[in-house]
Design a protein around this ligand. Structure first.
Ligand code: NAD
Length: 258
């Protein structure tokens, strides 16, 4: 059964592309007012066009989730849209350059951690305070198959996504009696801008081979679709999941079972 979000306000970070954009669309189709945060105003405009075509209400906020002041200002503006945020999807994230552990620079390490871990915590901090004041809410963070698996030249990214699971679980138990549920979703390989970026630099044939190799790592032998992640996020955000908190739900065609 599809969850219904009529009368709900949903905040999505990284809403300008990929999983975040598709989730914005899916929540809007289910009746939600969607507030999208992204550092790319062009990406947000594209998301806005897709939601406007549905006749949905969409508010775009350009902000950098890794910047404390930018997050504080964006969450304050988000609150002013309908007066509350029922569900937050902290999904903005970046990949790392393909680099072996010993060759990573501190700058690259910090760049990945700053957005993928600190950025999610900064958003959660503001969202939890707002949800405490309004009497509850639900938060979902985007982890990764690399929260469970390993991949060469992805140490910083994988470390950030393992940290995100710890952040999710620890915060979840702190606010379990406050009506605030906090979960994560761990996507498998999804063909988005992030995947294109991580394969950029390869020739056309090599890129296709790399995509197929990633698809073959999933027991279902295919990549996932952004909408398949959106549906899992909608379940975790919905009242149907009201006894679910502190989990990281793999949505990865069986990869986590290997
Ligand atoms: P994407 O690149 O298509 O979208 C990410 C969005 O986040 C972009 O619009 C980007 O502008 C935004 N963003 C990045 N840094 C930001 C910042 N500092 N402030 C605000 N916005 C910022 O990638 P995607 O695949 O849709 O990724 C979404 C999430 O899914 C990420 O957290 C990623 O790590 C995770 N994930 C992706 C895959 C995959 O295979 N694509 C697999 C597992 C997990």
């Amino acid at each position: 059964m599809a969850a219904h979000f009529d009368g709900k306000t949903v905040l999505i970070t990284g809403a300008g592309s990929g999983i975040g954009q598709e989730s914005a669309l899916a929540f809007a189709e289910a009746g939600a007012v969607v507030i999208g945060i992204d550092r790319s105003s062009d990406g947000l405009s594209r998301t806005g066009e897709r939601l406007e075509a549905l006749g949905a209400r969409f508010e775009a906020l350009t902000a950098d989730v890794s910047d404390e002041h930018s997050v504080a200002a964006a969450i304050a503006k988000a609150k002013s849209v309908t007066g509350r945020i029922d569900c937050a999807f902290n999904n903005a994230g970046i990949t790392q350059s393909a680099t072996l552990t010993a060759d990573l620079t501190l700058e690259e390490w910090d760049r990945v951690m700053r957005i993928n871990v600190t950025g999610v915590w900064l958003c959660m901090r503001a969202e939890i305070k707002l949800m405490q004041a309004q009497g509850g809410g639900s938060i979902t963070n985007t982890a990764s198959f690399l929260s469970y698996h390993s991949m060469v030249m992805q140490t910083a990214y994988a470390a950030s996504k393992v940290a995100l699971v710890g952040l999710t679980k620890n915060a979840a138990i702190e606010y379990a009696t406050a009506g605030i549920r906090i979960n994560a979703v761990a996507p498998g390989g999804i063909p988005t801008g992030m995947m294109a970026q991580s394969l950029s630099g390869l020739g056309h044939e090599q890129e296709n081979a790399a995509r197929q190799a990633i698809a073959d790592m999933h027991p279902m032998k295919r990549l996932g679709k952004p909408r398949e992640i959106a549906h899992a996020v909608m379940f975790l955000s919905s009242d149907e999941a009201q006894f679910v908190t502190g989990i990281c739900l793999p949505v990865d065609g069986g990869w986590s079972a290997l």
